[in-house]
Design a protein around this ligand. Sequence first.
Ligand code: ADP
Ligand code: MG
Length: 465
Amino acid sequence: MAILILIGIVPGIIASFVIVQSYKNRAVALRTMNVKNQCDMLGTSIALNHSLTQADTSLLDSELAILSNVYNGRLLIVGPDFRIVKDTYDLDIGKVSMSKEVISCFEEGSGTTYFDSRNNYIEVTAPISEAGSKEIQGVLVASVSTNEIAQTVHHLESQGLLIAIAVSLFVLVIGYFFSLLLVRPFKRVTRAIEDVTDGYENEAISVPDYTETEQITDAFNQMLKRVRTLDNSRQEFVSNVSHELKTPLTSMKVLADSLNGQDNVPIEIYREFMGDITVEIDRENKIIQDLLSMVRMNHKSAKMNLEKTEIGELLESVIKRLKPIASKRNIELIMDSHKPVTAEVDPTKLSLAFSNLIENGIKYNIDNGWVRIGLRSDHKYFYVTVADCGLGIPEDQQGQIFERFYRGDKSHSTEIEGTGLGLAITRDAVMMHHGSIRVESKVKEGTTFTVQIPLMDAGSREAVK
Ligand SMILES: Nc1ncnc2c1ncn2[C@@H]1O[C@H](COP(=O)(O)OP(=O)(O)O)[C@@H](O)[C@H]1O
Ligand SMILES: [Mg+2]
């Protein structure tokens, strides 16, 4: 508000000041010129008529009196000895007047003008001499009051101030209404956002009044969409997790209940049921383990413990760990690597990633099959391939297998144990290394996963954390 007032009033005041000043200057200049012309004319006429040297000065007196009346001022005539010979006020006759103007007028032979703005008067001098003649008989001095001009100026100034105030009030009111008008759509945006924040259920907001509001609401809607997607996937994840955790528990409960419900259960049945319960406990354990590794991988503070690692050795140790499972079904694990590859990676996370891939290669394989693990590198990346000769993945499922809890074809997922988290964990681990993962597969022929990871990427990896 204060700024609006300033914006309105300051230019108004400056404008009125400038106008009044220029009026004043012009009025004074006009008056000065008039008086000077009259004095020059009178000076010449006095000289021509030799009025000063004549005995009868009544004509001269009346001429002086008229001029003095017309301009409401005082006229003096100073003689060559600087004595005042005529004074329309009759105050200083006979006194010596040695003002700078009078002296200059005697010496130069031309009149002077002077404006005293403090005391509001103009002083004009004019030589009394015949036109063209050097002989100066005296100097005519006229002091004319400019009170009238000063009064007009004062009047104008106060009126200018009034106008400035009126204009600034007008500007203020108009500005206020305009700002209300301008701000209204933004208020609407705020209200719409608040509505969404309160209700959360509302649809996308829309305030298309200005391009700016449209941009803001578009950006907000985009954010809203992302938040909703995140919220949905979180809810879906929680419900999936609960479901997965409940399944083994339900089985255990059924097994335990049926044992409890019977008297004198034979020890063999007991053993069998207890064995089944142990299997369910293992399953529950595996799910929890997978969940924990996934949460650890996804956690914001998940640290990358980068180490210079021999990738070949890392793969060998993973293979060694999985050998017993593979040999149960007589599946051969073959490592193809031609030269050592060293890279800066987090060995724990990568081991888990490759272990999941190789484990899948074993699980979804045929008896007496094989899994080939390949390692190669170029100047920027290293590539690990895990290929099997197993069941393969139908093309329409290949896009989903990396999703959490996704398990392939129900036909084999019931026989082959799993949590559906393995590939999700693998993908997360690879992503954290700024790598990529690809799958190629043909049903009943086999599957090949290819992982590509930069050998060195320390700088950008830091930034991602
Ligand atoms: N090597 C593979 N051969 C055939 N199918 C596979 C292979 N790897 C993964 N799949 C399919 O992808 C799904 C998801 O795999 P994964 O995330 O490891 O979960 P899980 O192994 O616990 O089922 C599996 O259920 C399976 O259908
Ligand atoms: Mg798996």
